[in-house]
Write a protein that binds this ligand. Sequence first.
Ligand code: PLP
Length: 406
Amino acid sequence: MSIDIQKIRNDFPVLSQEIYNGKPLVYLDNAATTQRPVQVEDLVASYYNQGTGNIHRASHYLADKCTAAYEATRDRICEFLNAQKREEIILTKGTTDSVNLVAYSFGERFVEAGDEVIVSEMEHHSNIVPWQLMCQRRGATLKMLPMNDAGELLVDQLDELITDKTKIISVTYISNVLGTVNPVKEIIAKAHAKNVAVMIDAAQAVQHLEVDVQDLDCDFLAFSGHKIYGPTGVGALYGKEKWLNEMPPYQGGGEMIDYVKFDGSTFNVLPYKFEAGTPNIIGVIGLGEAIKYVQEIGLQAIYDYELELLKYTEEQLRKVEGIRIIGEAQNKASVISFLHDKAHPYDLGMLLDKLGIAIRTGRHCADPIADHYGITGTARASVAFYNTFEEIDLFIKAMNRVVGMF
Ligand code: PLP
């Protein structure tokens, strides 16, 4: 199955706008956040225009309608990730929120002084700092799985790194800086052989390839709505029921309550135990629509198209004088980080922007990666299925013009 790029472009009118007096916008910052199709925008607008009811508790039309749509998103995510049960899907504010939830709650229940947690060298800060905070709280040690200069994890080192003190490993599926697709299934198998749980940061994965939590056998998996063509401020956490049942609540109040007494409260069942307070109801409904949109195109078709686009972009970029690509893993998706021998990434980003090209520059919330390469940051282009080969040509033309100034 291939993708119908013309139909897709029609679904994303924001991509056809001109900026700075007639420059066509070329949006290549999809790893930071994605645009939303009209299907999502329209549905979200309809929930604002026609009224909102708070979910779960009220007994009136608007509340019922919103509750049904909110819970339908949970069902859709359950199917999307191939989770066993809807109770294993917790709706959160996004990947960062999901990682914090697990780091806190798993930590409270399962991590003792002297225990160990492992993350990799290529993690986003959101998959490092929550574990650091938890380790500080619990008196545990955070260990790091290193990568080589190509940007591939040295998975064999896990054999040494995992000890009988290791409680959990948290690792990204796809690096937001290097584009590396990590062998997470292998990592999970190695960890499980030693009874260690594994969390997958799928913030850069679910929008690019099929993710099947049962096939991976991961214990937890997190993603964000705004990186999969949905609204900001929403996302999900998948967790195996056996863990979630034993973990204490992360936050208190609202839907997570069963009964409150001053001498102690009892808590709701899964998944509500982890959903305190009124959530981003309409955002969650929009996320369901975004996932439906992606499912209709098909993840395999998206993967195939994006891989062609990525290869083409890399090939063309390598022809630009003075370019060095950071991240040369065998298995990559969507993301290309690069440097120029004379132009600073910030200057590249700023000058490209004036030509209508949106890329990202900096350390991409992953300081340890910059430190690994001894660099201050990179320029990063990241593609999505709605980008075209013509847009890549415009990007390369702009690159040639910009680097010619240095
Ligand atoms: N993990 C990875 C790999 C990411 O790329 C990002 C965002 O860029 C995050 C986590 C954090 O996602 P969010 O800010 O949506 O919580």
